[in-house]
Design a protein around this ligand. Structure first.
Ligand code: E4P
Length: 223
């Protein structure tokens, strides 16, 4: 399973990169705004800065919602760096744009996916990744992980190569559950990735190993 980090924060991206388990980055307009990144030039430079940190796919979202606008913006984003993946919303013109980008060999991430039917359309249009938002589904009392499972089954039934990118992850159990049902990628906040490291028995076990080692070394010194 690939791990992407879901943020536009360069500090968090660097921290995740240093863990040695990071495969890529996803951003969205809200995450860019949270970092105070606005204006075409600033936005472009920020994507390049992210690509300089992580050698993997970096999703950059188009703002336009009409086909021509999405194509124009997406082609400009893709030209910034070979790691850029153009993120396109699941709307009618978005699906047309996915088809266009796929015919040009430009990688895409279809975002804001909340149903198996939407995921099927994204795969048919040749999306590289499909992003079902599991946390937002959980927020409205719908099982987000079940959606990942359904999409996995549909893609496997027909041999679609679109990768299932579980998005809107809220906690480490989401990552585990998505891995169990076969998501190809999980894009996560840094906190969820870091939480995977922790287990009290690891902490206690390591303390004991080190204490025993110190004891043995002290005994040897005395002898
Ligand atoms: C994914 O690409 C989205 O940017 C993201 O996962 C949305 O997550 P949220 O529901 O926490 O905003």
């Amino acid at each position: 399973m690939k791990f992407f980090i879901d943020t536009a924060s360069l500090t968090q991206i660097k921290e995740a990169q240093d863990l040695g388990v990071l495969d890529g980055v996803t951003t969205n307009p809200s995450l860019m705004a949270k970092e105070g990144i606005s204006g075409d030039e600033r936005v472009r430079q920020h994507y390049i800065d992210i690509c300089d940190i992580v050698d993997g796919p970096v999703s950059a979202e188009v703002i336009a919602t009409d086909f021509e606008g999405m194509v124009r913006e997406g082609e400009a984003l893709a030209a910034l760096h070979p790691n850029i993946v153009v993120k396109v919303p699941m709307i009618r013109d978005g699906v047309r744009a996915l088809k266009h980008f796929s015919s040009k060999g430009i990688r895409t991430n279809c975002t804001l996916v909340f149903s198996p039917g939407q995921a099927l359309l994204a795969a048919k249009a040749g999306a590289t990744y499909v992003s079902p938002f599991i946390g937002r589904l959980d927020d409205v009392s719908t099982d987000g992980v079940e959606l990942i499972e359904k999409i996995r089954t549909i893609y496997d039934n027909y041999g679609y190569t679109t990768e299932v990118l579980a998005a809107s992850i809220r906690h480490p159990m989401h990552i585990i559950q998505c891995a169990e049902v076969g998501a190809d990628v999980a894009t996560c906040p840094l906190s969820a990735i870091l939480a995977l490291f922790d287990h009290p028995l690891t902490t206690i076990g390591l303390e004991k190993f080190l204490a025993d080692h110190r004891k043995a070394a002290a005994a040897k010194e005395k002898a």
